[in-house]
Design a protein around this ligand. Sequence first.
Ligand code: ADP
Ligand code: LRH
Length: 471
Amino acid sequence: MVGHVVALDFGATSGRVILGEVGPDQLRTATHARFTNRAVSVRGCLHWDVLSLWQGALDGLTSAIREVPTVSSVATDTWGVDYGLLRDGQLLGNPRHYRDERTDAAMERVQSLSTQAEQYAATGIQFMPINTIYQLATDAAEKRLALADTVLLMPDLFTYWLSGARVAETTMASTTGLLDVHSRQWSDTLLDVAGVQRELLPDLVVPGTRVGELDPDVAKQVRAESPIEVVAVGSHDTASAVTAIPMQPENAAFISCGTWGLAGVELETPVVTEAARTDGFTNEAGVDGRILLMRNVMGLWILSEAVRQWERDGDTISLPELIAAASAVTETMPVVDVDDPRFLAPGNMPRRIAEWCTEHGLRVPANRAEMARCIIESLAQAFADAVLSASSLGDVPVQKIHIVGGGSLNRLLCQRTADRSGIPVLAGPVEATALGSVLVQARAMGHISGSLDSLRDLVQRTHHPVTYTPQ
Ligand code: ADP
Ligand code: LRH
């Protein structure tokens, strides 16, 4: 029977509230709210404006319920690694942003107690300074953690506010660097190493768990007249995005392309070999027990941050016009290493790229169109490299690359990824993350049934990708 569910999807660039209409032969979505998400700097520390995200979610949910009063469930997904600290049920402050450069000392300490190779063997998670384990170790060292009685990862925080239930959803927990990839339980050893007490973290639940009904106070705010269930989906946005990719994992790769570009393959079991570790691959949890073997490529963040710099310089930039100008560039542009750590923090990206080119003896892009082309070429090359490595490490003969997320609208990026990899690219759905949430909720609520393959089959029957053939 056709049912209605609501996805609260918070990406690092924007949040959206999407109403899904789902049945065995139906998968339609309507966007009820879209709002900007960005880092807010206060006295040199970067935060998320979590209350404005919550308000945006409530407004969207109210609008969705106004349209369909019989909405049966709601679920949240967010970007990875970040969390809120709570005491007696109250948030102690705005969650810190993963781009805040605060983890250096804690990283050194954690790594002196457990080497990167040991951590990788246990968690399958690639070393990145943004990882939760280093953020929590920083909070422990700076005595902030001692003030808290609960740590909730971002989607779990929204789930708590919606329902009053405190859970840790597994796909999101897998981004922390604290979850054992083999047992899929919190790693007591690594919690010890980071100085985090186990009691601070809630028990784990898998995607598809109904955690409870909408809290009565929230129900009143969003004018819900019938009961609405709160569901834990693949609450890491990447896990939800991959759920809704109409792919056959035996011969396809994916790129979930938004603020970050997560490029890899879906497997049944993790690959925690030394080759995978040194090649920069992470093993995160997917829906239905799958493993996403992928590389975190810096993504469209670099382009957005370059645009922000030009806007700070006083100009108004239209992204579609910039991409059109970049497409018209005929000279060969340099390929920069987009994963150089210098590109992680907010700042003047055009200047950092120019410096990178000079240091490497390459011609510096001469104008904005060339700079945009250089960024897009560099991303396409990083994606092609990641897909080819994932194919070899995961033993997946990749015949197609699926690109989903906002980046699937960037035609130049899709075409150049096809060209540089020599593999056809299928672009879309653009809102794969919200669709993944909608599908898992609909299954949990009994509107549809079946395996991950059958969820993907429904996407295939209802959404049609754009194909880019390698030139
Ligand atoms: P996130 O989920 O991380 O917030 P999205 O999946 O929404 O990110 O992707 C955001 C990115 O998508 C933007 O930074 C932009 O580069 C790209 N994008 C969005 N709309 C378009 C468009 N019309 N044309 C080209 N690129 C687009
Ligand atoms: C993409 C993403 C990615 C994480 C990053 C912090 O939105 O979830 O998978 O590594 O955000």
